[in-house]
Design a protein around this ligand. Sequence first.
Ligand SMILES: [Zn+2]
Length: 167
Amino acid sequence: MQVQVLVLNANFEPINVCNTRRAIGLILSGKAALVTNGRGYIHTVSQNYPRPSVIRLEHMVQRARPRVKLTRREVFRRDGFICQYCGRHVIDLTIDHVLPRHLGGLHVWTNVVTACASCNHRKGARRLEEAHMSLLHMPKEPPASAIYIFGHHLPDNHEWEPWITGW
Ligand SMILES: [Zn+2]
């Protein structure tokens, strides 16, 4: 019942991922309809329910433009798990504030980059020019496309692809 289900808005825009239990609750209460089954059936004493993979809400949910949440994991993902100073792909990744926080640097997409521990240590609490270091790429907010937000679910849920691409 914990298997993930893709939730589409009434206009078919993918908006969320929930678990099977929640998806079946939405279907049984008439708030959503099954779009893709593909996972067999749930057997109860009286009935068999399709095990949903994709559902669609009956009524449009209005929401603000989606944005990628600023977390360590998402910063690493945006930067391809590569240190933005030396270009190395290492395990001991850290978050570096390009303009250090104690100098007024904000915790925003355009001021955070992935750095390996040794580059982060070398830069210290200094500005780039003071540390004589430069960035491989200027940090930007990643696009909040459906493929960026939900794409990491595709290896386990191939059937979601046509519902995710193009949004
Ligand atoms: Zn580095």
